[in-house]
Design a protein around this ligand. Structure first.
Ligand code: KG4
Ligand code: ZN
Length: 340
């Protein structure tokens, strides 16, 4: 520990996970996440319940992050928080907390774009991660976002493709719901897919222009397919769940890889970094690694805990902004539609 060490407390509350992390010079000292179980029984995130749960969780989560990092709040140099995009009620809890805490400690406030954070999570100092070289393509895939971003430097990035309807995580979660699986269904589909035949059934690949994505048609196709099969055999789901999951996952992987091939071709950039909850998917990870051999890609897959929504990724962006002295003022507000 030296006097030049920069300690940042980061807060994440954009959706249904309440996160707090402490970073020292870009290294994670603690990274605490409280997941909100309440949404499981509703089959998706209920915004009103999410904000209430954030309000309950935020103080204990921050206490835990400081305790795990073995840091006293008076040692902090700045507070970073997720300004957006996300659910307004959820963002307001983190934003208000961060502003009040920074005021109370008389230290600067750092407003962070959640999508920057998913991308810059690759720059967290961690022996198990490799930092991508600029320029690179970042694909952020989660329950709320699906984007391909051209990243030229830490804060110079351009969205070159995104979903025109549902996010990729919704395609997983909504299809899972149709199959009677609990929320969030993505990890369950992934697990069952490993036991099934990816060629058993065929689902249509939606046609979105350029580098954009479309997933709402796939969910509808799964619904009609399951309804039809159930008419023929009421036990269809139980008897074929692994094959349906494998085939669906195979289709989604195909969509992702096709777009990445197109993106590398149009930009000439072959370095690909992924982020967001869906990048935990074992099939997508494998397909990306296969791309190294097949297409000459260099791929960067973050450590699992920096992949789903977490505060450590907010902290690294906060740290980079701190070095630039890019502080936000006391009138900063949450921005549910904050663009990259
Ligand atoms: O990044 P994240 O934690 O929160 C959002 O910002 O949405 O991502 C959550 C999403 C959910 O849709 C979940 O089903 C999906 O990530 N997910 C997965 C897997 N693990 C999480 N989808 C497919 N395969 C997985 N292994
Ligand atoms: Zn996210």
């Amino acid at each position: 520990m030296t006097s030049t060490d920069i300690y940042i407390l980061a807060i994440e509350s954009s959706c249904d996970d309440t996160g707090a992390a402490v970073l020292c010079n870009g290294k994670v000292l603690s990274n605490v996440v409280a997941n909100q179980e309440i949404h499981t029984k509703y089959g998706g995130v209920v915004p009103e319940l999410a904000s209430r749960a954030h309000q309950q969780n935020i103080v204990p989560v921050v206490h835990q992050a400081l305790a795990q990092a073995n840091i006293d709040k008076n040692q902090l140099n700045a507070i970073a928080f997720t300004q957006g995009p996300g659910l307004m009620g959820s963002l307001l809890v983190g934003t208000s907390f961060a502003k009040a805490f920074a005021q109370g400690l008389n230290i600067p406030l750092l407003a962070v774009n959640h999508m920057h954070a998913h991308i810059l999570a690759h720059f967290i100092d961690d022996d198990l991660q490799t930092k991508p070289e600029f320029p690179f393509l970042a694909m952020t895939i989660s329950g709320g976002h699906t984007q391909i971003v051209k990243v030229e430097s830490y804060f110079n990035m351009t969205v070159i493709g995104e979903t025109i309807d549902d996010a990729i995580g919704e395609a997983f979660d909504k299809s899972a719901k149709i199959l009677g699986l609990p929320y969030p269904g993505g990890p369950l589909i992934d697990k069952k897919a490993t036991l099934g035949n990816p060629k058993a059934f065929e689902f249509p690949k939606p046609k979105a222009p350029d580098l954009n994505f479309s997933f709402s048609g796939l969910k509808t196709a799964v619904l009609y397919f399951v309804q039809k099969k159930l008419k023929e055999n009421p036990n269809f789901i139980e008897e074929n769940i692994n094959d349906v999951c494998a085939s669906l996952q195979h289709t989604i992987i195909g969509i992702v890889i096709d777009k990445l091939k197109k993106a590398t071709k149009t930009t000439g950039i072959k370095r690909i970094a992924i982020g967001g909850g869906v990048s935990a998917n074992s099939g997508i990870r494998k397909a990306l690694l296969d791309g190294e051999q097949k297409y000459g890609w260099t791929t960067y897959i973050p450590k699992f805990e920096y992949t789903t929504d977490n505060a450590a990724m907010i902290g690294i962006v906060g740290y980079l902004k701190y070095l630039e002295k890019d502080f936000s003022n006391e009138q900063t507000t949450a921005n549910a539609r904050f663009k990259i």
